[in-house]
Ligand binder design. Structure first.
Ligand code: ADP
Ligand code: ADP
Ligand code: SF4
Ligand code: SF4
Length: 577
């Protein structure tokens, strides 16, 4: 089966010379493979007439065309297609009572499409664009399957749904207090007592996320959807969220999309991997147990379908050997900062050239305050920093200016180091976004651009606050690699504030640990070795990890389990010795 997909946002017939039509060998031979649509004056490719030579794909100056050959048997499994030459979704995940079902796949692969179909927001067209099937047709098509039973409840409006949306930043535009908002939503807001009097515009991202999760959880429904519930939450909150969501599944159906794999591991019972080509097509693979499913995802290979969908990702079971003797790049001594009601004390420390330092700690403990002091944005109340260094900073919360991505980079080019194109823009695929406006980017795309922009500057220290937010697991790995490489090559240092343990594991060479009482006082220690840093941090929050036998990836231990108790007794919270 051959599919032709045209990205209609990319295609710009006014700016090209219609290379697709000009060079198509079949068109030249007089066969009308490509026609111009009367609606948007953009090309439409006939999949029946196209021979799949791929010439148009290479000739289109805006990379708007994709031609893919897919296995014939997929055709019967098409669930939805967004118009002629549009993205296609094959197969669906199936929600189950008493189970948390997780969706695992890169951005643009169809997860939201699948969620929208399951929640009844989007009626699947089974690939028919000329005559949209009725619910009866759809249920007929799937008759005899569990999906048919499920969709009967969707079709007759019996299924009640509660949805935690992906982007929660927008909630901060609401006027009034958290109390007002909770009342407007018709829920109680249990556990949010401390937030009630605060204005919606003034609470942090982590607090907005907790609010959104509480609202979705308290609503009465048959099925609950949580789209990326962990963004902006610290590790403790992530595991608490996971517990709360699992409790819901005791007598209801729950479906989640989550890219923090350590969290997904403790959150879901079953996972469906989605593979395919982003923006072109997505296939929902069969249900797997969560442990096996995540291992398969990390291995990048689905045996039963015989598809390799990404590179393998590996983890170190044992702490890496120390390589010290590095040159100091920046040092700080006796730093203290008081803000009204909050005090941060930073033990003396130094940052070495080439180092990537992971910064661990709960929300509200002073991590951003520390980073902002290093960046020279705020002055310490006491103590000193070697301020000879130039700092490039990626903030936690991003706002998009009305500007083309290409312009953002070209107008700052004179401030960039020579490796920025080869080592940053290329591996992060930024050129693909050049023709887009910053305001039109998805959350993941905007995050990638912000990271690339920060890393491109010719600076000494890079401060990167929560780079994983809205990135899929694959993008996280890529970003971790890019950060590491550029620091090594350029002998610069990076400080990365992050809550995703797998990301921290991949990116860090040493760790700083923040502890104390959130909102009141924070103490920053380190940099430590990975082993010591993980132990210090995990002891504070009383969480241990074991290693998966197959993939060696860290997995959260159940509190009080034999392993949890044994590891706590010997003080090894993360690595095997
Ligand atoms: P994910 O949630 O995995 O990021 P989505 O389901 O949001 O993926 O989108 C998958 C693809 O479907 C997108 O890359 C886009 O090309 C296409 N798509 C999504 N929504 C629409 C729409 N309303 N119209 C046309 N195409 C769409
Ligand atoms: P983290 O990055 O660890 O989440 P922050 O450094 O952002 O923590 O904040 C630590 C504490 O300092 C929080 O309680 C926050 O409310 C407070 N705080 C941060 N910036 C200011 C400020 N400009 N004025 C008053 N308090 C602040
Ligand atoms: Fe031009 Fe490419 Fe669109 Fe064809 S697909 S009209 S070559 S932009
Ligand atoms: Fe024409 Fe080849 Fe493109 Fe098909 S793949 S539309 S035959 S150029």
């Amino acid at each position: 089966m051959r599919i032709a997909v045209i990205d209609r946002d990319r295609c710009q017939p006014k700016k090209c010379s219609m290379e697709c039509i000009k060079y198509c060998p079949r068109m030249r031979g007089g066969i009308k493979v490509i026609e111009i649509s009367e609606d948007d004056h953009k090309p439409v490719i006939s999949e029946e007439l196209c021979v799949g030579c791929g010439i148009c794909v290479h000739k289109c100056p805006f990379h708007a065309i994709h031609i893919e050959n897919l296995a014939e048997e997929l055709q019967k499994d098409i669930v939805h297609q967004y118009g002629v030459n549009g993205f296609r979704l094959f197969r669906l995940p199936l929600p189950r009572k008493h189970k948390v079902v997780g969706l695992l796949g890169e951005n643009g692969i169809g997860k939201t499409t699948a969620l929208n179909i399951l929640s009844g927001k989007l009626k699947p067209n089974l690939g028919h664009m000329d005559h949209e099937p009725s619910w009866d047709d759809i249920i007929d098509e799937w008759s005899g399957t569990e999906a048919a039973e499920f969709f009967k409840t969707v079709a007759d409006g019996r299924l009640t749904v509660s949805y935690k949306p992906q982007y929660i930043d927008r909630l901060s535009y609401h006027k009034g207090t958290v109390q007002d908002f909770v009342e407007e939503m018709g829920v109680k807001g249990e556990g949010l007592e401390a937030l009630m009097g605060r204005k919606m515009s003034e609470i942090s991202g982590g607090e907005l996320q907790q609010l959104a999760i509480t609202i979705a959880t308290e609503r009465e429904a048959d099925i609950y959807f949580f789209d990326e519930p962990s963004s902006y939450l610290d590790i403790k909150n992530r595991l608490e969220m996971s517990k709360k969501v699992r409790e819901l599944a005791r007598d209801r159906m729950v479906v989640v999309v989550e890219h923090d794999l350590a969290v997904l591991d403790s959150l879901a019972d079953i996972v469906h991997i989605l593979y395919g080509k982003k923006g072109v097509y997505g296939v929902v693979a069969g249900a797997k147990g969560v442990r096996h499913g995540i291992n398969l995802y990390l291995s990048g290979y689905l045996k039963e379908e015989n598809v390799r969908f990404s590179e393998e990702i590996t983890f170190e079971k044992h702490p890496p050997r120390e390589i010290r003797e590095k040159e100091t790049l920046i040092s700080f001594e006796g730093l203290r900062k008081t803000l009204d009601g909050f005090e941060l004390v930073v033990e003396s420390g130094e940052i070495a050239k080439g180092d990537v330092i992971g910064i661990l700690g709960p929300n509200g403990i002073g991590k951003t305050t520390f980073v902002r002091m290093l960046a020279g944005i705020i002055e310490p109340t006491e103590g000193s920093i070697d301020t000879e260094v130039k700092v490039s900073y990626k903030p936690q919360y991003l706002t998009a200016e009305d500007k083309m991505v290409s312009l953002l980079f070209s107008e700052n080019k004179r401030h960039f180091h020579p490796l920025y194109e080869k080592e940053i823009l290329l591996p992060l695929g930024i050129a693909d976004l050049f023709d887009k406006n910053l305001t039109s980017l998805s959350g993941g795309e905007l995050q990638t651009v912000a990271i690339a922009f920060c890393l491109s500057f010719d600076a000494d220290v890079y401060l990167i606050d929560e780079p994983s937010a809205y990135l899929d697991a694959k993008q996280r790995m890529k970003v971790a690699k890019v950060i590491k490489r550029i620091m090594e090559k350029e002998a610069k240092a990076a400080l990365v504030v992050e809550h995703d343990v797998y990301f921290i594991d991949m990116v860090s060479q040493s760790l700083m640990v923040f502890s104390g009482e959130p909102g009141k006082r924070g103490l920053a220690r380190g940099p430590f070795s990975l082993r010591q840093g993980m132990n210090e941090f995990l002891r504070d929050i009383s969480i241990t990890f074991r290693r998966d036998e197959e993939s060696h990836r860290p997995r959260v231990n159940k509190v009080g389990s034999t392993l949890d108790r044994e590891q706590k007794a010997i003080g090894e919270y993360y690595y095997e010795l």
